[in-house]
Design a protein around this ligand. Structure first.
Ligand code: UFG
Length: 345
């Protein structure tokens, strides 16, 4: 039985594609809107190979009001939205702030304006632990103060959270769930979908797997003089399929009226902090591949250490990050190997 139709913006992207798989497995119909600016249409084939079901796909910009109205008109009965579509490179956002403010703010405004007109019951928003900055207390929970953003990218996540809260408090009759992700990594166990950044990877895991494959000469570890046990930065690395499953639970809860508040916020992390050097060791242990790396200076804007207190999501959503780090790293490597076999990288 079909549970309902969900619009997934950015559904051809890294987290969006994994979430589409889990939504379809759970019995939802999925409509993807993606402008393919940082992904490609092959991802839709990958989703179909995993689920034996092809999501409906529109190649559109989410901030194109006319095009989005057409999607809602054509699809008629969209009951919920998961909004992933956004520009997400921290460094680029410093160079091109207007691009980030335009893309990331306008798309949310467009969707939220159209929701009441088409009777959409709720929206799940992709936020980030970046809103906490460097937390004073670790692990960080949802009540921690929001610190001034360190980049236009981070600022768009904070502003989007405010837009959602203000709109909900103004008395609209839909619900919202804000999910603050820690560092999503890994790939679907089938290796049919995974992370495929354009150009030189900015994030640690794709840089590691591309170095292990020989595409990059060596990995630079940004800093070993932080106030952490081994001097490298600490993050909370969360398996992307675990993360995707949390979205299905959030949508179920939002659409069945179980949520107590009209807007809810959840951290999605494992609760475990792992340093860059620990991660490199874990990757080598999980894959048997030796990694070329060197220590270099700190990267501007990096937070020293952050990991989640995921208890609220554990208790309220009944969700836990189940996958082991080693298995997640092995899945990222399997995906990289598959890209090589397919001649993509
Ligand atoms: N790192 C390296 N070498 C690299 C890349 C990263 O040492 O080549 C280190 C970073 O210094 C950091 C850790 O690996 O300590 C993780 O870095 P990522 O770039 O993978 O991720 P961030 O923690 O910087 O996360 C940021 C934002 C998130 C956003 C994410 C993806 O805080 O909100 O980038 O864009 F989702």
């Amino acid at each position: 039985m079909v549970k309902g139709k969900i619009l997934v913006t950015g559904g051809a992207g890294y987290i969006g594609s994994h979430t589409t798989v889990e939504l379809q497995n759970a019995g939802y119909d999925v409509v993807i809107v993606d402008n393919l600016s940082n992904s490609n249409a092959d991802v839709i084939d990958g989703i179909e190979r995993i689920t034996a079901k092809r999501p409906t796909f529109y190649k559109n910009d989410c901030n194109d009001r006319v095009a989005m109205r057409k999607v809602f008109e054509q699809e008629k009965d969209i009951c919920g939205i998961i909004h992933f579509a956004a520009s997400k490179a921290v460094g680029e956002s410093v160079q091109k702030p207007l691009l980030y403010y335009r893309n990331n703010i306008d798309s949310l405004l467009t969707l939220m304006e159209l929701m009441p007109e088409f009777g959409v019951k709720g929206i799940v928003f992709s936020s980030s632990c970046t809103v906490y900055g460097q937390p004073d207390i670790l692990p960080v929970d949802e009540t921690a103060p929001i610190k001034p953003a360190l980049s236009p990218y981070g600022n768009t996540k904070q502003i989007n959270e405010e837009i959602i809260k203000d709109t909900i408090h103004s008395g609209v009759d839909y619900k919202a769930v804000i999910l603050r992700y820690f560092n999503p990594i890994g790939a679907h166990p089938s290796a049919e979908i995974g992370e495929l950044p354009n150009g030189v990877p900015q994030n640690l895991i794709p840089y590691i797997t591309q170095t292990a494959m020989g595409i990059r000469k060596e990995l630079s570890v940004f800093g070993d003089d932080y106030n952490t046990p081994d001097g490298s930065c600490i993050r909370d690395y969360i398996n992307v399929v675990d993360l995707a499953k949390a979205h299905v639970i959030a949508v179920d809860r939002m659409l069945t009226g179980k949520s107590e508040e009209q807007v809810e916020v959840f951290n999605l992390g494992t609760g475990r902090g792992v340093s860059v050097l620990e991660l490199i060791n874990a990757f080598e242990a999980a894959t048997g591949v030796k990694l070329n790396y060197k220590i270099v200076g700190r990267r501007e804007g990096d937070i020293e250490k952050v990991w989640a207190n995921p208890e609220k999501a554990n208790n309220v959503l009944g969700w836990v990050a189940a996958e082991k780090l080693e298995d997640t790293l092995a899945s990222a490597w399997k995906w990289q190997v598959k890209l090589r076999e397919r001649g993509i990288m």
